[in-house]
Design a protein around this ligand. Structure first.
Ligand code: NDP
Length: 298
């Protein structure tokens, strides 16, 4: 294509956050301050960064944030007891346990411990079920953000071929589920690829909308992208670099070569990442509305 649109995730996120902020005002006028609890049980640097970004965005929007840190050496019961307290706390409308949790804590048990009404990540099996049934309570933040981003750029999904690379419970699967819904941002014919997919490039080249969520640095290059496709790069990978931090962030897409083929493409950073946080704020405010009965326009 002569002109490739570089999708500005920060701009779309800002727009969503301003809508969310209006809803926060509506709730506060009715005496309800939305509250998000974050729980970190890890020493992982990336996880710490994600949690602090989430807290900072809460503050910017007038959402109360409650941060809990649990020593990763503590037994699982300590985390479960904390989740129970947060489930009971009326000031907390959303609970986010930052993944990964330590190996001795069963991830599935953590997700199931959270009150589904407060599960703003949308990972509790009840919420996964509602999503698949076409009756979502909380759409998972990253794929929902991708939908919002496509909508903001008037990139139609209906009747088009979407290819998702990755089948994780947090990105790939819910992304595919949203794409096949009989709904705005859905109605796409969707292919889900993963590490056992035969001839991946043949599949990705057929995509009108290609979503890369494999966690493999720059694995999707221009050869794997069809002419005029929209390329959404969900990947956030730390690779060694000769700089102060000792690493840099790269996506799952080789941006330079993919840009030559794509009609629109997201950069890393500044693409999907900011949308994920914006949609977490969106879900928290939706949760506050659901739990208080004060309607908001989301
Ligand atoms: P997971 O590791 O849980 O899942 C990766 C998926 O990609 C798996 O289904 C795996 O297949 C598949 N895969 C791995 N290698 C290949 C390959 N060579 N070819 C085809 N498929 C492959 O990762 P997540 O879904 O949690 O995250 C994916 C990426 O997105 C990561 O870089 C992560 O950091 C990033 N991320 C970004 C977010 C954002 O806000 N932008 C939010 C969440 C994640 P299989 O199932 O067979 O193993």
């Amino acid at each position: 294509p002569t002109m490739t649109t570089i999708i500005d995730g920060n701009e779309v996120a800002d727009q969503i956050q301003s809508e969310v902020s209006t809803c926060v005002d509506t709730l506060r006028d009715d005496g309800v301050t939305p509250g998000l609890a974050t729980v970190l049980m890890s020493d992982d640097g990336a996880s710490e960064t994600y949690v602090s970004m989430k807290q900072r965005t809460c503050e910017e929007l007038g959402i109360e944030s409650f941060h809990h840190e649990i020593d990763p050496d503590e037994p699982a019961e300590v985390l479960f007891d904390r989740i129970d307290e947060l489930n009971e706390d009326p000031a907390v409308h959303g609970i986010l346990v930052q993944m990964p949790v330590p190996d001795h804590v069963e991830k599935r048990a953590v997700l199931e411990r959270i009150d589904p009404v407060k599960d703003v990540d949308g990972f509790h099996p009840e919420n996964v079920g509602k999503l698949v049934a076409g009756n979502a309570r909380y759409k998972p933040c990253t794929p929902h953000g991708v939908q919002k981003m496509l909508a903001a750029y008037d990139i139609e999904t209906e009747g088009r071929d979407a290819v998702v690379v990755g089948r994780s419970d947090i990105v790939g699967k819910p992304m595919a589920n949203l794409f096949i819904q009989r709904d705005d941002g859905g109605n796409a014919t969707t292919t889900v690829c993963h590490s056992r997919t035969d001839d991946l490039a043949a599949k990705t080249r057929e995509a009108d909308i290609l979503v890369a969520a494999a966690g493999v640095p720059e694995m999707i290059d221009g050869e794997m992208v069809g002419e005029g496709a929209t390329v959404v790069d969900v990947g956030i990978n730390r690779v060694d670099a000769d700089n102060e931090k000792g690493y840099e962030l790269v996506g799952d897409v080789d941006f330079e070569s993919a840009k030559e083929k794509a009609s629109a493409i997201t950069p890393v950073p500044g693409g999907v990442g900011p949308l994920t946080i914006a949609m977490l704020m969106y879900n928290t405010v939706k949760g506050a509305s659901l739990q208080s009965g004060v309607p908001v326009d989301l």
